[in-house]
Design a protein around this ligand. Sequence first.
Ligand SMILES: Nc1nc2c(ncn2[C@@H]2O[C@H](COP(=O)(O)OP(=O)(O)OP(=O)(O)O)[C@@H](O)[C@H]2O)c(=O)[nH]1
Ligand SMILES: [Mg+2]
Length: 324
Amino acid sequence: MTTLTKDIRNIALVGHSGTGKTLLADAFLLNDGKINRLGSVREGTTTSDHTADEIERQMSLRASLMHVHHHGVKLNLLDAPGYIDFSGELRAVVHVADAAVMTVDATSGIEIGTEMAWEALEERNIPPFIAVTMLDKEHSDFDAVLSALQERWGDRVFPAQFPVNEGPALKSLVDVLKKKLLVFDDKGNYKEEAIPSEHQARVDELYEKLVELVAESDDSLLEKYFDEGELSSEEINNGLKNAVSSRTLFPLVCVSSEKNVGISRLGDILSELAPSPEMAGEAKGFRPGHEEETITRSVDASEPASIFVAAKASMSSIWRNILL
Ligand SMILES: Nc1nc2c(ncn2[C@@H]2O[C@H](COP(=O)(O)OP(=O)(O)OP(=O)(O)O)[C@@H](O)[C@H]2O)c(=O)[nH]1
Ligand SMILES: [Mg+2]
């Protein structure tokens, strides 16, 4: 099956070790029917952690690439190890991704690997989608993690969702973008319901904030917002995509891979809001044996194949594009 460039999303999965990147990738594969049951990190049965060392240590040691199809969009998932010793793998993944899902554990918040992942994304101007994970756990505290993230990276960290009944009974999320309650079934599908009245005021307030952030990302939208006090839903949707790509707004979503809550909606959000490789601009590199001559390639199916090679020997100068 041919996939057009505009229908591809290259998504890095980054974040502190043990925050659920590998299980998240497995949940995506499960929902796409690529596997028939969710793997287990402890039992060594996830798709991503497949080497003997990874199974023994119960953590990712190398980046792995998987893909799923989500309503006609191909999501390439690049699962990076979060453990600090493997930051080279993190940087290699970020180098070839157009967007990232940065996982943050709902029971522990910002950790050293979160900071490391954030820096790697910032360096290459990659838009992050922040996924608060493990929301099915007993001691998960979404609001505390959201506050910590906003304190650290400002109110551009925008909760596109918040959980209802976080902890072991989790099965619903309030979705601010859709202005709906999403109720997930055992297979990870969701149905939309009206927002329960006790959450309405929070959604209205957040939606207002969303419109402000979108307006701030574009001068012509800002002018219209000041003049008319509102934007059309089309302007909000298009503006939101640009706000994400330009890193003016960092959408925050909620997931539990264990319970398959939020994954299918994250697939929608990535398909709709993450940039395709077409937005990546030109790549510069060299031909083997002709290092002195820089050549440029645009992201276009008619261009020859290009390979990015990360030489691990020297950390400071490893990022070279070899173009064939
Ligand atoms: N309860 C619960 N446990 C989870 C969830 N997601 C992951 N876990 C568990 O958390 C542990 C770490 O998950 P991983 O997916 O390996 O985390 P990771 O981010 O890939 O970790 P590294 O590969 O070390 O970077 C495993 O024991 C998972 O089973 C979740 O949604 N809920
Ligand atoms: Mg992992």
